[in-house]
Structure formats: structure tokens, C-alpha cells
Design a protein around this ligand. Structure first.
Ligand SMILES: Cc1cc2nc3c(=O)[nH]c(=O)nc-3n(C[C@H](O)[C@H](O)[C@H](O)COP(=O)(O)OP(=O)(O)OC[C@H]3O[C@@H](n4cnc5c(N)ncnc54)[C@H](O)[C@@H]3O)c2cc1C
Length: 363
């Protein structure tokens, strides 16, 4: 069985940020990730030459309004560029034919050079490989007589840790991880009732050989009432990596790939004309089918922007041995990248403070 001061369950941005902060402070943390790759909701599409062609999870950050994002961009030496917004948008389904209209963009909306996965790459780069365990789904956390916490994976006790950070989506924790009985029923209710931002969404990235819409004076943006995409944006990484991305309006469970691909191309042709009918590639990522991200309750719940969740999620439990840390636990931009980074920062700080104050009684 592995022994570690801190075990972090979930290798998304929040868990990795906590691991990085602890590592930088000289405290080893072992990350246990259920899936074969790190990153969680951050997933960039990479071509055969290793170049990023699109973000299948988050696309945007807003550095002027997100101080924690800005700090981490600086610290990790990541570059950003503005979301392309020049030209008219297309309104689709507001009149018999799509119409062009100026539609203001959002000030400060930026993308990461090389895709959002650069956050994951740069954040995890200094962490020892031996501390990053993928394909390691945690099923249970139990207290032991020596005051530590033991994590079960694939039916076996696998890791013994002084402190554990649960950095998986809160509803997934509630549904899939057996927690010590000493935790309160109110905490279980909070976990079950906190939605995971964007968990039931599906995104498509459509690559073209050139950003033809730009030379037509179009921004690449579409607002649609008819779908199947309700929103489309320019998603190019420069002129030689042209792409659009869209959010899919078709509800989870009805996103049958074959018909959906055709309907998406038809819609893009309707909005942008014949060149849109010949994409280089079309990639759909349906997050609703990801069992480590999307819980049953996320499939049916109303889609509302995350609110600041209960304080219970930011406190230590079991005498500061157990902590929760996902984008949804943050007080700053919960649910967003800013939230994931700030949850990782504050959980790591709280752990270090708890150890400093010698409040841990282990052994
Ligand atoms: C389509 C989409 C678009 C988005 N757009 C934006 C955007 O434009 N801007 C923005 O700021 N944010 C956006 N977001 C939100 C952003 O992606 C999240 O805020 C952020 O990535 C969450 O990071 P996290 O580490 O908290 O959680 P996650 O990324 O969900 O990571 C949790 C990790 O826990 C793992 N896990 C789950 N259960 C277990 C288990 N039992 N054992 C071990 N590991 C487990 C999962 O596999 C996952 O890797 C978007 C999200 C999606 C899906």
C-alpha cells in the first residue's frame, strides 16, 4: 500500500493545482485519477503532429476579471490571445433565413495559446510521475486506528494518507465514493445537490482548411434558435488552424452521432454558405456520457450558473483530515477555471495551515 502525507482524488485542474501548491511548499501529494489521462473537464484536441486544434472542454478565460487566472498564467508562463470577434454574427432561426447582425463580443474573453490543456501540462510538469496515478478510481475512504485515511481502489486498500483531498465533481463523490460514516447527512445532501458546471453539455469542434468566414466579414459567431447548435464561435488557433466550435442543443441521450454530424454541417452551411459544407474534421465531445464528470442528476437539472456553495465544502472534516476541492467549491467564479484554480490554492493553504498548527493527530 502506498503511504503519502496527502492524497488527492481527481486529477482535474483543481486537484492538480492543490498538488502543485503542496509540492512547491515541500509537501508530497499523490494524485489518484480515475481516467487514463489527467485534465478532467479540460480536454484539448491534438493532431498527429502534437498541435492543438481545439478545446473540447473550456475555451475561455477572462484574465482582466479573474485575478487567480492571471496569477497562474504568469506563474506558469502561459500566453493568451483574444477570442476572435471581428465582423458580423449570424442570427439563425430568428427570420425565415439566417441574417447578419453586429453582435458585441465580451471584453477580456481570451484563449490559451496551445489550448487549455496547457494549464494541465504546465501545472503538473514539476510533479513526480510516481505521484500521478491514472486509471485509479477511488471507491471508498475509510478512517483507520492510526488516525490516517485509507483509500480503496478496485476493491483493495491502496493508499494510506494523513490527509485526503476529494477533488472530483461533488455529485460524483456522492454517487461513487463511500465516505466515513462520521460525516454528516447534511454534507451528503450538499454534495448531492451541487451541480457540476457544464457536465451535461456537448461540444463540437469543426476544422476547416482556412477561416473563410473571416474574409466574408463574419466573426464566426452564430446565435441559433433552431439548432442543432445553439451557439457557434470562431475557434481558430491562427490562419493555418481554422475552426469553429459550437454547443449542441440536442438533449443528453438523444445525441446520436451519425444524424447529429450531418445536421451540424447542414446548419453551418445554412449560416456560412457552401465552404462550410467541407470541413477537414468534425469532433464531438459529449460530456453527459462521461461517468467521472456527469452524474444522473446533472442530466435533468436546470442549467443555471453556479452559485457560491455551502461553507461545509470549504471546511476541513474529520479533524482537518478530509477536504473538498473542485471548481464548484470556490467562492470566486465557482464552476469556472478561475474557481478550479482558486479552490486548489485555498485547499492547499488550508492543509498547510492545519499541519503548521499541528492540529493533525496522526499515529
Ligand atoms: C464543455 C465545457 C465548457 C466549459 N467552458 C468553460 C469556459 O469557457 N471557461 C471556464 O472558466 N470554465 C469552463 N468550463 C468549466 C471548467 O472546465 C471547469 O471549471 C474545470 O475544468 C473544473 O476543474 P475541476 O478540477 O474542479 O474538476 P474536473 O475537471 O471535473 O476534474 C475532476 C476529476 O476527478 C476525476 N474523478 C472523478 N471521480 C473520481 C474517482 N472516484 N477517483 C479518482 N478520480 C475521479 C475525474 O475523472 C476528473 O478528472 C467548461 C466545462 C465544460 C465541460
Amino acid at each position: 500500500m502506498y503511504q503519502t502525507p496527502v492524497a488527492i482524488v481527481g486529477g482535474g485542474l483543481a486537484g492538480l493545482t492543490a498538488a502543485r501548491r503542496l509540492h512547491d511548499a515541500g509537501l508530497a501529494a499523490m494524485v489518484l485519477e480515475a481516467r487514463p489521462t489527467l485534465g478532467g473537464r479540460i480536454d484539448s484536441l491534438v493532431d498527429d503532429h502534437g498541435r492543438c486544434r481545439g478545446d473540447l472542454g473550456p475555451s475561455w478565460i477572462w484574465p482582466p476579471f479573474q485575478p487567480v487566472v492571471q496569477q497562474w498564467l504568469d506563474h506558469l508562463s502561459l500566453a493568451v490571445f483574444d477570442q476572435y470577434e471581428s465582423g458580423d454574427a449570424i442570427l439563425d432561426g430568428f427570420a425565415p433565413q439566417p441574417v447578419r447582425r453586429p453582435l458585441p463580443g465580451q471584453y477580456g474573453m481570451a484563449r490559451v495559446v496551445g489550448g487549455q490543456a496547457q494549464f494541465i501540462r504546465a501545472m503538473s510538469a514539476p510533479l513526480p510521475d510516481a505521484h500521478l496515478l491514472t486509471d485509479t478510481p477511488v471507491e471508498a475512504v475509510e478512517t483507520t486506528e492510526d488516525g490516517k485515511l485509507r483509500l480503496w481502489v478496485n476493491g483493495r486498500p491502496t493508499v494510506s494518507a494523513e490527509q485526503v483531498v476529494l477533488a472530483a465533481p461533488l455529485r460524483i463523490i456522492h454517487a461513487h465514493i463511500d465516505l466515513p460514516a462520521a460525516l454528516t447527512p447534511q454534507l451528503a445532501d450538499t454534495l448531492a445537490s451541487t451541480p457540476t458546471w457544464m457536465a451535461a453539455q456537448a461540444k463540437v469542434v469543426v476544422q476547416y482548411d482556412r477561416p473563410f468566414w473571416r474574409s466574408m466579414g463574419l466573426s464566426g459567431r452564430v446565435a441559433s434558435r433552431t439548432g442543432p447548435l445553439f451557439e457557434v464561435h470562431d475557434h481558430s488557433f491562427g490562419d493555418d488552424a481554422a475552426a469553429l466550435f459550437g454547443f449542441i442543443a440536442t438533449p443528453p441521450g438523444q445525441r446520436h452521432e451519425e444524424g447529429l454530424r450531418e445536421a451540424i454541417i447542414e446548419q453551418l452551411e445554412r449560416c456560412f454558405g457552401p465552404p462550410a459544407a467541407a470541413p477537414v474534421s468534425l469532433t464531438i465531445r459529449d460530456w453527459a456520457t462521461d461517468p467521472w464528470i456527469c452524474a444522473e442528476a446533472d442530466l435533468t437539472g436546470p442549467v443555471e450558473h453556479p452559485r457560491v456553495a455551502s461553507n461545509q465544502l470549504r471546511q476541513g472534516h474529520l479533524d482537518d483530515r478530509l477536504w473538498f476541492c473542485s471548481a464548484e467549491t470556490a467562492t470566486q467564479s465557482p464552476g469556472l477555471i478561475e474557481g478550479a484554480l482558486s479552490a486548489g490554492d485555498s485547499t492547499a493553504n488550508a492543509i498547510l495551515q492545519a499541519r503548521e498548527a499541528n492540529r493533525l493527530r496522526v499515529g
